[in-house]
Design a protein. Structure first.
Length: 359
């Protein structure tokens, strides 16, 4: 009898172990989905009452602020809002690319707070209670491969608002960096244009990673104009080099005058006596000191128009100092995309420009 009981116990144990191993194997064999979604899109996970409160207004003020500088306003990020219940209702909502959880950790009954506490752990939560500067975290692949998961939290409403404001620049950079690979896949879907890359290098002494769907419109020894044309949009790149003589060349006024001189000489519509110029009357020019691939530069963003015709669009111009030759490189990207959203196309142009390397 005892032997039979021992046998049954061992058999049950083996059966349980085999079942557990089988269940574990099934879980490990289950396909993990790959995240999908658009560039510059953030899924905001927070309670409905918080989304509709001034805290939600603060979040939208920063993350939906206008992208600089477009003829019609478009947001820096497209926001989708879901509550934790919304996420659970539809499994596809767990397979998007970029999430931001926003929680007041003092509200223990909040479904979002419960999710955030589970993810960040008790030690991080304790640190956040003791130190207000501990108010954010980041992770990857929560529900699917290729996800960026951001957390913003605090132990009071006011501290959470302040954290949203203070963290915005760093989180914006993090999301933009995360989006780079997807942006590259859009830009270089058809590969690179090696003949154009060589022509630019030979003419301008610089390396630029040019997509395969661009072509040379003009190369007269003074400027190079490259274009990508589709049924919906025209993306354009202009390059010109010149001797660097003094700091005044790097002023806003000089950069705009240089762009206007090129626009007047080279760029027109199909109508006679038309030409391109900067339009700083309808929207101001944004001018900054910056760097391109680690090289000192000044940057101008604004809108252009064709004088004598109803055409216009956005541009971004740089004057970059070549440390090897003591020359300046003017490099400009401009877009004509009537009726289309323009933010992502301008980001593509800026990305190409920032592949610049001096040889």
């Amino acid at each position: 009898m005892i032997k039979q009981m021992r046998f049954l116990f061992v058999a049950s144990l083996l059966s349980l172990l085999l079942y557990s191993c089988s269940e574990e194997a099934q879980r490990s064999m289950k396909a993990v989905p790959t995240a999908f979604g658009q560039l510059n899109e953030i899924v905001v996970v927070m309670d409905q009452d918080m989304w509709e409160s001034p805290l939600g207004d603060t979040l939208r003020y920063y993350y939906s602020s206008a992208y600089p500088l477009l003829p019609q306003p478009e947001p820096v990020f497209d926001l989708r809002h879901y509550t934790p219940l919304d996420i659970k209702k539809d499994p596809l909502r767990q397979e998007l690319r970029t999430y931001m959880f926003v929680a007041n950790l003092a509200d223990e009954d909040s479904p979002t707070t419960q999710m955030v506490l589970k993810d960040i752990g008790s030690e991080k939560a304790r640190s956040a209670r003791e130190d207000k500067s501990v108010n954010n975290a980041a992770g990857r692949d929560k529900w699917a491969k290729g996800q960026l998961v951001l957390y913003q939290f605090a132990y009071s409403h006011d501290a959470l608002v302040e954290g949203l404001k203070a963290n915005y620049p760093a989180i914006k950079r993090k999301v933009n960096k995360f989006d780079e690979r997807k942006l590259e896949s859009y830009i270089y879907l058809d590969g690179v244009a090696n003949p154009l890359i060589k022509e630019v290098k030979d003419s301008m002494g610089v390396s630029l990673r040019i997509p395969n769907d661009y072509f040379i419109a003009i190369n007269d020894g003074d400027i190079i104009w490259m274009r990508k044309e589709t049924e919906k949009i025209s993306q354009n790149l202009l390059l010109r080099k010149m001797k660097y003589e003094n700091q005044s060349q790097l002023s806003k006024e000089n950069l705009i005058a240089l762009r206007d001189s090129i626009g007047k000489e080279y760029i027109s519509s199909t109508l006679k006596d038309t030409y391109m110029q900067v339009n700083d009357k309808d929207l101001p020019i944004i001018f900054n000191t910056t760097s391109v691939s680690g090289n000192y530069a000044v940057e101008a963003r604004g809108i252009w128009e064709i004088v004598g015709d109803y055409m216009g669009g956005s541009f971004i111009s740089y004057l970059v100092l070549n440390p090897n030759t003591n020359e300046l490189l003017f490099i400009d990207g401009f877009l004509h995309a009537p009726g289309e959203d323009k933010r992502d196309y301008m980001e593509q142009l800026d990305h190409i420009i920032n592949t610049l390397e001096f040889k």
